[in-house]
Design a protein around this ligand. Sequence first.
Ligand code: GLU
Length: 519
Amino acid sequence: MPKEQKLNQEVRVRMAPSPTGPFHIGSARTALFNYLFAKKFQGKFIIRIEDTDRTRSKVEWEESIQEALNWLRLDYDEGLEKGGHFGSYRQSERSEIYQKYTEKLLFSREAYYCFCTPAELEEHRNSQLAQGLAPIYSGKCRKLTKEQSAQKKEAGDQCVIRLKVTPQTVVVNDLLKGQIEYDVALFGDIVIAKSVDEPLYNLACVIDDFEMKITHVIRGEEHLTNTPKQFLIAKALGLDIPQYLHLPLILNQQRAKLSKRDPSVAAKVSDYIEQGYLPEAVVNFIAFLGWNPGDTREIFSLEELIQDFSVEKLQKSGAIFNVPKLDWFNGYYIRQMSLDKLTNLCVPYLVKAGLISPLWGKSEVIPLVYDSNFTVLGFENNKTKEKVSFNQLAKIISLYQERLKKLAEIGELVELFFEEVEYPKEILKWKKMEMAELPAVLDFLLKTLQEVNEKDWNKEKLESVLMPEAERLGDRGKLLWPLRVAVSGKMASAGPFEIAEVLGKEKTLQRIKKAQEVL
Ligand code: GLU
């Protein structure tokens, strides 16, 4: 148990996303750490939708949160689509609760209506800046009596609600960063609501964390500036506060704070799905954005993370988002996978690349999210209209399982099996060879391979008939390179014998003839 945890109190943590855009990879990390913390302490993980910004909040973004959590397999206990005892878990449906608390603050005069216009505020701000002072609200409307405020409201004057902030030092005890002191005099009287039932984020967050019995708030360091404000609001309302734990900032490889628009890192979880990252790899990778096991182990399943997770092993300094490392994790999990599962997972990417269509109709949309109930019945090669069986696909994909980093790369790697190859004749030539040597080499390849019996057509047989000649030439590349380019159309591919085996005798011979034409 974390040391500040009160005895006998069930751990309750929450992630509180605002559905104002697609679910971000940084939010996925917050979700993971909340999930791990809850699991570690047999607590509850809650998803609360912070949609107080009504104009920017959209149902589709709420759906993207659920989709991302499903994909990452981060199951939660209450909120979002599950509901629970402390609902509604959507802030837009909790106005009555907020009203009760906001009225309490107004009644106790801890908060007051402020009628200052934007122009007035701007003028005050500029005059303070001109005097070299920090711009702080003047507190002008603090002096209004209840009657004066009521009159102004009646007259239709625009207003907001501000919290009275008494200059003091607020000490926040963060579970990771330790004690942090804030001089809150610098805040001035903060705006906490647009009206009694329209709280702003800080107020709604404090009320909800209290009402939902949240024991620990685990969120990104960018929220550290909100914490003293939430502390002041809770104090004014006489509410207990949760324990805070602010996860380190996520940095890009230049060590700058990662923004949603950073071109070097995909922001949306859906981008990771689209590029063909596996959820196991993403979970493993984001766990290391702020945590490590304290030894050299790197591979962790979700279950192993729950086992090994501890607050003591969280890091305070910024966590670098190292894309090559993520690719490494992904390659690792791809290699570990059964060929059947990998083939299943590659299918939607092959369809998207336009190479194959499912046999049961072209309009069928295959979801990019892996679904274990998905049954592959068979396919059609889009170009040749030939039937392609699941086993044929598996055989092709097996050639690339070792090197594949992201599923979306599969299309480009395997297109040579589905379409005619096109290449400039120059690439047929091995670097230590003359163009003039090529016709004889291609001739030899064609003649020798024609002799091989269809039923013996496999990698071992092809090797046994071609390797002696390759050796005899004194440089294997002189035979194997033109063969590789002829069968694959590429300078980098799987081995030429493997490709020839999968292509079959007829297609392999056709491709060698094509190389002769290209020359
Ligand atoms: N709605 C806030 C956000 O999406 C949540 C902050 C918090 O966890 O308190 O960043």
